[in-house]
Design a binder for this molecule. Structure first.
Ligand code: SF4
Ligand code: SF4
Length: 149
């Protein structure tokens, strides 16, 4: 059976973030996962970036299961970049960014974009008033898996 390995970003609605839905991927769907980043608070929205692997079929069922639990799934094959000339350092994005990849530098009063912290969730792209944050989507096998889910 063909094995697939993907990196995905998960957003858990309040009430779901403290349930063991990710652990169930291993228990019920024979998937292996590795948590790369996580920010989970009880009764609040949670965010997690995981590497997940298993058979393509199991991966599809596992993603279906997550969706049924209300978990939003974003392919990490997305990359975010900032158009430096466009950013007006208004700071709007800093309150939204779940990984603190965007944060205000108090001394220089400019917004820093720390690329290594970015989980490519895409939240900042719709919020930014000058469209300085740009989402680049890479096509890959993930698209086919999601469409089938
Ligand atoms: S919302 Fe846009 S313009 Fe404002 S600081 Fe963030 S990236 Fe810059
Ligand atoms: S896509 Fe934007 S909001 Fe999401 S983690 Fe990256 S910088 Fe933060």
């Amino acid at each position: 059976m063909a094995e697939s390995k993907e990196t995905i970003y998960l957003s858990f609605p309040p009430g779901v973030s403290n349930k063991p839905v990710v652990c169930n991927l291993a228990r019920s769907f024979d998937l292996t996962f590795n948590i790369l980043k996580a920010r989970i608070s009880p009764k609040q929205e949670g965010h997690m970036t995981i590497e997940i692997s298993g058979s393509r079929e199991n991966l599809r069922h596992g993603l279906q299961y997550l969706r049924k639990q209300g978990v939003q799934i974003t392919p990490i094959a997305q990359k975010i970049s900032r158009q430096e000339d466009s950013c007006i350092h208004c700071g709007l994005c800093t309150s939204l960014c779940p990984t603190q990849a965007l944060r205000m530098d108090v001394q220089s009063r400019t917004v820093l974009f720390i690329r290594e912290k970015c989980s490519a969730c895409g939240l900042c792209t719709s919020l930014c008033p000058v469209r300085a944050m740009v989402l680049e989507v890479e096509n890959g096998p993930w698209d086919a898996i999601v469409e089938g889910a």
